[in-house]
Design a protein around this ligand. Structure first.
Ligand code: AMP
Length: 115
């Protein structure tokens, strides 16, 4: 999906602008991490970049290298903050056909028993 398809009214854009609340886990200049509102496991946190990227494909194609490195380091820092480093799953649903519902790139960190 091209960058031009980014919709600034998507839920995560509104969370980034502070228009909607979130249960924050971690934040730095590159990313914001917060608890998923419908957790599928004991730990289920979303990490989103602070930029207008629709999906994983869009982010990896268009984000500057500094942003890409900063984002993935923020994912690791979030896992550390959650204490899940011994074992967790990373998922990035990509495109409607890949199960993506919110079209602001995000990574799911999932750990522990399914709820
Ligand atoms: P997906 O786009 O399929 O990767 O998943 C989007 C995820 O966002 C789902 O797991 C939702 O439960 C979650 N979600 C939707 N709205 C919110 C919200 N306001 N705060 C936190 N998580 C949300």
């Amino acid at each position: 999906m091209p960058a031009s398809a980014y919709d600034r009214s998507n839920i995560f854009a509104r969370i980034l602008r502070g228009e909607l609340p979130c249960r924050k886990v971690y934040e730095d200049p590159f990313a914001l991490a917060f608890h998923d509102i419908h957790p599928k496991a004991a730990v289920h946190v979303l990490v989103i970049p602070k930029g207008e990227y629709v999906s994983f494909v869009d982010f990896t194609a268009d984000a500057p290298a500094e942003m890409q490195a900063g984002f993935w380091r923020a994912v690791a820092a979030t896992a550390r903050a959650l204490g899940v480093e011994p074992g967790f799953r990373l998922a990035a649903n990509t495109g409607a056909a890949g199960g993506q519902v919110v079209f602001h790139f995000h990574v799911h960190i999932v750990s522990g028993p399914r709820t």
